[in-house]
Design a protein around this ligand. Structure first.
Ligand code: M6R
Length: 359
């Protein structure tokens, strides 16, 4: 039930701090050690390469997962859009392990890939919000997102839950493989910081509502830019805005803009820069500057430790690997308020269904 909330989406955004705490309690013991089935860890340890498969928001959560697995487990990781992988497979390594990300566990594009993976007897894990869903039943292993039902078509808490589960799994597998970075990664403490950080952002919703009214309600197009994981979040942030506000929004790697897309910038076009990675902060800032000198209205979402006086949305600093869990929240709220302020049906955008069960 959505209770006092006008739309499920806002309720689901607000639930995220709690989902983080639930996942921490479910998958970590009191000392912060991950609790996973040994068989899952053994199977994953054999893998020479991980393949993450998903669609839409779940694909975007996979992109963030790639960094987590490569940094904490030191295993090459590929992320694929399910509908593409199904009919145009890359060369698969000798010992692959497949991870399916799906809120519903019913997405037809992902199911098609899993059928093929099973025919080849490759081991697999489904990370899903729905127990006994098709993708869960048909994979070798399952981990649940524990996010509670997600009703709004626009996925929010499933995205952050998927990233959190990937992070805990990467920590667990990395430790199992005795990788030093994983041993030193205090996931329990970090998820605690993430939960408090999320709470502080959702408590400041009104600021985002103001930004939405000022720059987005009347906009025809907009851009999210960033580098590395900030780019991955840009893709998710722009999907959210497109899906429910019907404003053309593109997520771009900020270094790519000048190779063509910058031609689209006009007077007043909103360009949102996501900046949470120290090694690329100044590069993204100069790319933002380039758009501003062509008339763009810049808005920044920046981690506290990298913030400057002229930044717009400052989010608490957490480990860079987990920064997407916080930088995505203002973007979810911006999409929500823009849809609301335009008088649209936030939870049921046109042309879309919650679960896409046809290929
Ligand atoms: O249930 P799934 O996670 O497999 O769904 C995948 C996509 O259809 C889904 O994430 C879609 O992109 C959302 N509506 C985005 O908000």
């Amino acid at each position: 039930e959505k209770g006092v909330y006008p739309y499920y989406m806002l309720k689901e955004i607000d639930e995220q701090p709690n989902v983080m705490r639930k996942l921490s309690a479910k998958y970590l013991d009191e000392n912060g050690a991950p609790l996973f089935d040994k068989k899952l860890l053994e199977a994953m340890k054999q893998a020479d390469r991980l393949y993450i498969i998903g669609a839409g928001t779940s694909y975007h959560a996979g992109l963030v997962g790639k960094n987590l697995f490569e940094k904490l487990v030191n295993v090459p990781t590929e992320v694929h859009v399910a509908s593409e992988f199904a009919y145009n497979q890359p060369i698969i390594s000798d010992n692959p392990f497949f991870i399916f990300l799906s809120q519903s566990g019913e997405t037809a594009d992902s199911r098609e890939v899993l059928v093929n993976v099973n025919q080849k007897d490759f081991p697999s894990l489904t990370i899903t919000n729905v127990e006994n869903s098709t993708l869960s039943r048909e994979a070798t292993f399952t981990l649940l997102l524990e996010a509670g039902p997600e009703i709004s078509v626009a996925s929010t808490k499933a995205y952050t839950a998927q990233i959190a589960v990937e992070a805990i799994l990467a920590k667990g597998l990395g430790e199992f493989k005795e990788i030093e970075v994983a041993k030193n990664f205090d996931i329990k403490q970090q998820l605690g910081l993430v939960a408090t950080g999320m709470q502080s952002i959702v408590d400041e919703k009104a600021t985002i509502d103001d930004l939405s009214k000022k720059y987005f309600v009347d906009a025809e197009k907009s851009f999210y830019i960033g580098r590395g994981t900030d780019y991955f979040v840009s893709l998710e942030a722009s999907l959210k805005l497109k899906e429910i506000s019907y404003i053309q929004a593109e997520g771009f790697a900020s270094g790519e803009l000048k190779h063509g897309t910058i031609a689209l910038i006009e007077d007043g076009t909103p360009v949102i820069g996501i900046i949470t990675q120290a090694n690329t902060a100044s590069l993204t800032r100069s790319n933002l500057q380039e758009t501003m000198s062509r008339g763009a209205k810049k808005i920044t979402i920046v981690s506290d430790d990298l913030a400057r006086n002229d930044d717009d949305i400052i989010i608490p600093t957490v480990d860079e690997l987990l920064a997407p869990l916080l930088s995505v929240i203002p973007a979810q709220l911006l999409a929500y308020y823009t849809s609301l302020n335009k008088g649209l049906d936030v939870d049921k955008p046109r042309n879309l269904a919650k679960s896409v069960t046809v290929e």
